[in-house]
Design a protein around this ligand. Sequence first.
Ligand code: OAD
Length: 227
Amino acid sequence: MRIVVLTGAGISAESGVPTFRGKEGLWKKYDPRELATPEAFRRDPKTVWEWYNWRREIIAKAEPSEAHRLLAELERRRDLWVITQNVDGLHQRAGSERVIELHGNIWKVRCISCGARYYDRTVPLREIPPRCRECGGLLRPDVVWFGETLPKDALERAYQLSSEADIFLVIGTSAQVYPAAELPLVAKGRGARLIEINPEETPITPYADLSIRKGASEGLRKVIEEI
Ligand code: OAD
């Protein structure tokens, strides 16, 4: 019985990491075109890095939520995979090992000159924008920006896992961003039982076999009793 979980910013909201959409969402205050596109980075790498540095500071102080921990515990007992749109690494910090990161990781950097990729957990960054330790070139966050394609291996694995899921659990995503938003429908089309945990309705809700209008931790406690 394979369980596949797709997570979004809502699961980390319970760790104090701001979401993107909704009343308090980052995209209410900031324009994604100026902060999360390759064009914005070419135009103004310093501003983009200042924003990422601020987010890294928030994430560094955050602790995995009860929901992150429950998923890590469940992975020890069940055939469970997490596919996440989050870049914060909180699933791994909670102990999850089977994690597919669709949108990259905020602690990883990538050199736009030599292509080196490595983890840099310095908080705050010593130099903005940071420079590559291999060649001195300009580093960028190794995350997926608007207009960019998702990492091929992660995406292929995500589609494969979704099509093999018996239970597909969607937690804390507004399901506005593709291709991630398509995965629950792939799973459902292949016969998975679709369960959604989100305090709000989303485009996934009409397809869900069970929809839990609660926060991630409370909702997950209920689901675990049942599956
Ligand atoms: P969003 O910010 O779009 O959506 C967050 C979702 O979490 C909403 O549906 C909320 O109702 C829900 N939510 C809020 N509090 C919650 C809680 N305590 N428990 C459970 N759910 C809660 O975040 P994502 O769907 O993850 O991409 O956004 C997808 C992508 O858009 C992100 O990965 C990012 C963003 O632009 C890139 O940067 C490429």
